[in-house]
Design a protein around this ligand. Structure first.
Ligand code: AMP
Ligand code: MN
Ligand code: MN
Ligand code: MN
Length: 271
């Protein structure tokens, strides 16, 4: 089975609509997909319904932002996006924390004579999850930087002048509420976490103790060595290996040869 279990739409900081993602997935011959927008289930029902109409297998997904010494993202699969569950109960608070943080970043930019208002973000984007990506895009549109990458490199990344930490959840808490909501918690893109290999091993051990069920071992930027490093950790802690492109549009990062592992298919109910 070919799948892409990590997709973003305009509902968070992606550019694609649900139908664009679905059409592209079908054109690439994928059998299953998951929309994993940041800290929101806002688009999941529409996405699942559209996938069903188009005969594409899909599971509910979300990517929860957490922080402990570094930014850590936890994917949550198979959570009911409408039910009264611990994840849904926290999403309102998480969204408010997100808005507060974005406004702090905009204040820092203002002191650097980069003028972007919160209302502008809402005027330009239909997002339900405001993000540094939207700020970066507007910085390009308004001519403050040439590219989105430059906005992150010069201003928005850790240790740059407009950076603000975002630590509403510790990763263990994210893992915990996903489990309590009947979902499957997976560590997203382990090698985009700003930790060295020793600290990463330690993180996976602690998260496994807290109930982590998977690790995103197959990711566009992973070399074979990196994949093997992740798979060894998965074996040690009895985690599934998941695969995802983390695409934010329908062109970047798309990988068509992500063969989903049998155990992953079973645990996520992808049959
Ligand atoms: P936030 O959720 O507001 O912290 O924004 C994080 C998002 O910014 C990530 O999900 C990525 O989509 C994007 N991002 C982070 N770092 C970079 C970077 N260096 N270049 C481009 N996009 C980035
Ligand atoms: Mn993103
Ligand atoms: Mn992420
Ligand atoms: Mn992502």
């Amino acid at each position: 089975m070919l799948s892409d279990l990590h997709l973003h739409s305009f509902n968070s900081d992606g550019e694609a609509t649900y139908s664009e993602l679905i059409q592209r997935a079908k054109a690439l011959g994928l059998d299953a997909v998951s929309l994993t927008d940041h800290d929101t289930f806002g688009g999941v029902r529409d996405f699942l319904d559209e996938c069903q109409k188009q005969n594409l297998k899909a599971i509910s997904g979300i990517e929860i932002s957490a922080f402990k010494d570094a930014e850590i993202h936890i994917l949550g699969y198979n959570i009911d996006p409408e039910a009264d569950n611990p994840v849904n109960r926290e999403l309102g608070n998480l969204a408010r924390a997100r808005v507060k943080r974005i406004k702090m970043i905009l204040d820092k930019l203002k002191k650097l004579n980069i003028l972007i208002s919160y209302d502008e973000i809402l005027q330009y984007y239909k997002t339900r999850s405001v993000s540094r990506t939207h700020i970066a895009n507007l910085m390009v549109l308004k001519g403050y930087v040439k590219t989105k990458a430059e906005a992150f490199e010069l201003y928005l990344s850790p240790n740059r002048p407009a950076f603000v930490d975002f630590y509403y959840f510790a990763p263990q808490e994210a893992v915990d509420i996903i489990n309590q909501s009947g979902g499957v918690p997976v560590l997203a893109h382990p090698f985009r976490i700003n930790l060295d290999k020793t600290d990463l091993k330690d993180l996976v051990k602690r998260l496994a103790d807290a109930g982590l069920k998977g690790i995103e071992s197959y990711y566009p930027t992973h070399s074979n060595d990196t994949i093997n490093f992740c798979k060894k950790l998965a074996e040690k802690y009895n985690l599934i290996n998941t695969n995802g492109s983390d695409t934010h549009n329908i062109y970047d990062n798309l990988i068509t040869n992500f063969e989903t592992e049998q155990k992953t298919i079973e645990v996520l109910g992808l049959r």
